[in-house]
Design a protein around this ligand. Structure first.
Ligand code: GRF
Length: 213
């Protein structure tokens, strides 16, 4: 079967991009990365794309509408069917978000709808949350607000700082994003308002307590 053609937008390190590249290296994986776009020329993720032999472009238009038009054109040129935001740190033009509605996903390092926006790990610590994690969701115009596809949970430890919590979450991001992209590529996601119904999935029947009794 033809693989889903995904374009990935990044701004920096690109460790989630790397996780997707590694997942897509499996011949059985149902998606391929056809283009990586960065809004920053110095993004480390561009190197990762180069090493994997994936076409990559820097689009650094300062004007938001011009950025959206150039990005849209590049994605179309490479016949991308889905956009995956992976550490992409620029606000997107509403027209672009509408044009890619239900065909654009994002990963965020908190359990949305808690702690959207900047510094979610700090927000989780400051709020005294016992659990945090990461979320892959469809993109809507309001930041970090779209229907949730999948989440992973990690405990928050009493001696955590932002860096330690971020690292624990990141390890789960690298498992979660390839999973969510696979579910999308397999055509198993149906959006029903704010909810995403996943065909053929089995919810884990566990409850976690933190701290453990
Ligand atoms: C990740 O924590 C991602 O959830 C957030 O930005 C970070 C990007 O990391 N949106 P990387 O560039 O994928 O390494």
């Amino acid at each position: 079967m033809a693989k889903l053609r995904a374009g990935v937008l990044i701004s920096g390190r690109g460790s989630n991009l790397q996780a997707l590249i590694e997942a897509a290296a499996d011949p059985a994986y149902p998606a391929e990365i056809v283009l990586v776009i960065s809004n920053r020329a110095e993004a480390q993720g561009l190197q990762r794309a180069a090493e994997a032999g994936i076409p990559h472009e820097v689009i650094a238009e300062p004007d938001r509408t011009a950025f959206a038009a150039a990005t849209d054109a590049a994605l179309r040129r490479h016949r991308a069917e889905l956009v995956a935001l992976a550490g992409f740190m620029r606000l997107l033009d509403t027209g672009f978000v509408k044009a890619w509605r239900d065909r654009m996903i994002n990963i965020h390092p908190s359990l949305l709808p808690s702690f959207p926006g900047l510094h979610p790990q700090h927000q989780a610590l400051a709020a005294g949350a016992r659990f945090s994690g990461c979320t892959v969701h469809f993109v809507r115009p309001a930041t970090d607000s779209g229907p949730i596809i999948a989440q992973a949970v990690v405990p928050v430890h009493d001696d955590d700082d932002e860096e330690r919590l971020a690292a624990r979450i990141l390890a789960q991001e690298h498992r979660l994003y390839p999973l969510a992209l696979r579910l999308y590529a397999e055509g198993r996601l149906r959006i029903d308002g704010k909810r995403v119904i996943v065909a053929g999935s089995k919810p884990p029947e566990i409850a976690a307590l933190n701290p453990a009794p």
